[in-house]
Design a protein around this ligand. Structure first.
Ligand SMILES: Nc1ncnc2c1ncn2[C@@H]1O[C@H](COP(=O)(O)OP(=O)(O)OP(=O)(O)O)[C@@H](O)[C@H]1O
Ligand SMILES: N[C@@H](CCO)C(=O)O
Length: 321
């Protein structure tokens, strides 16, 4: 269970005194997630999510994340809003951690998304990209190509404990990505972690995007590449070309890709694969005792990386570049 920080009863009561959402009836740790401590908070005013921000979140970035959620929700992007206290602020401190209360969103994360879900995802992702265009805060992507080598260095010495030869393969991959990483693509605000567990479906439709805590400014097509990896491979590791085609069609129905974005997609997908491989590898090698969190398998992303390296071109994803 991803609960790194416990909250005392008095701390919770003190927190709720700052809001108009009633008094606490229960507050239970949520099993899902690996990054932050999340609680399902039930008050006399309804249900909420209480999040305490942990290691990978820089407190200075929180106004960007919380402001973005307010901004997108105001533009009909399905996304829960932060609750503002009586003083107007959404960001607080609880148990020594930065914290926020977020509206509870109905819906279920899909364990096995189908092609039609991928199409809906594509369309909603493009709408998110367009809706972010007049968001005025900026946050560079700390986990883009410039951030991968330091992350790799933190795991390099022990990488071969996870798979023989992994360090050498990652070294070669990083060098290729650093040399060829595309610039000048259309960019704006991206979600940057839009995995199936961060999309809540209700009656077959997307009811909420959650977990905006990697959102940043970067290439739109990189966000699409992250989704390609997270949604279009089966549990056995095989690539599902139908899902990829649907994802692309959904996206392009709202925001057509430029030729340069299509051409860059195989490389962007390799980059998106190494980004999650590296954070998973770090977490695998540096597990936090007592956090009751199950680290995710880095090797799932090694297989995806190899797939894109051999893909041959954007046609593999159903695109005619
Ligand atoms: N606004 C919300 N409404 C309903 N449920 C939510 C909401 N926010 C979070 N959750 C629930 O809490 C879980 C963990 O939230 P979240 O994905 O933000 O955590 P995380 O630790 O940042 O996880 P991740 O590993 O995806 O980065 C979600 O899977 C979902 O079940
Ligand atoms: N979505 C990430 C975890 C949270 O960043 C992963 O699956 O590795």
């Amino acid at each position: 269970m991803a609960v790194y920080t416990e909250i005392g009863d008095d701390e919770l009561d003190d927190l709720l005194h700052q809001y108009d959402i009633g008094r606490a009836l229960s507050c239970k740790g949520i099993a899902e997630g690996v990054e932050n401590s999340n609680y399902l908070l039930h008050t006399t005013g309804g249900y909420f999510i209480l999040t305490l921000y942990e290691k990978r979140v820089n407190p200075a970035d929180l106004p960007f994340f919380l402001g973005l959620m307010d901004h997108l929700a105001g533009r009909q992007v399905p996304c829960p809003t932060p609750i503002h206290g009586r003083d107007g602020a959404a960001l607080r401190a609880v148990a020594g951690r930065p914290a926020a209360i977020i509206a509870f969103a109905e819906g279920r994360a899909l364990t096995k998304p189908g092609p039609d879900h991928c199409q809906r995802l594509g369309a909603a992702l493009a709408e998110l990209h367009l809706a972010g265009s007049d968001f005025t805060r900026e946050r560079p992507n700390a986990l883009s190509v410039g951030g991968w080598r330091p992350l790799f260095e933190a795991s390099r010495a022990r990488a071969d404990e996870v798979a023989p030869g992994l360090a050498a393969e990652l070294e070669g991959e990083l060098a290729a990505l650093e040399a060829g990483w595309p610039g000048g693509l259309p960019e704006g605000v991206i979600h940057a972690d839009l995995f199936p567990d961060n999309v809540l479906f209700l009656d077959g439709r997307i009811n909420a995007f959650i977990d905006f805590y990697f959102a940043c400014n970067d290439a739109f097509a990189y966000d699409l590449a992250i989704c390609l990896n997270a949604w279009c491979f089966e549990k056995d590791g095989s690539f599902n070309a139908t899902k990829a085609r649907k994802l692309m069609a959904g996206y392009q129905g709202v925001r057509p890709l430029e030729a340069a974005e299509m051409a860059a997609l195989p490389l962007l997908a390799r980059g998106a694969a190494i980004r999650f491989l590296l954070t998973r590898l770090y977490d695998w090698l540096n597990q936090i005792e007592g956090a009751l969190v199950k680290p995710k398998n880095p090797l799932e992303y090694l297989a995806k990386l190899r797939f894109h390296r051999d893909a041959g071109g954007p046609g593999a994803y159903g695109l005619d570049a």
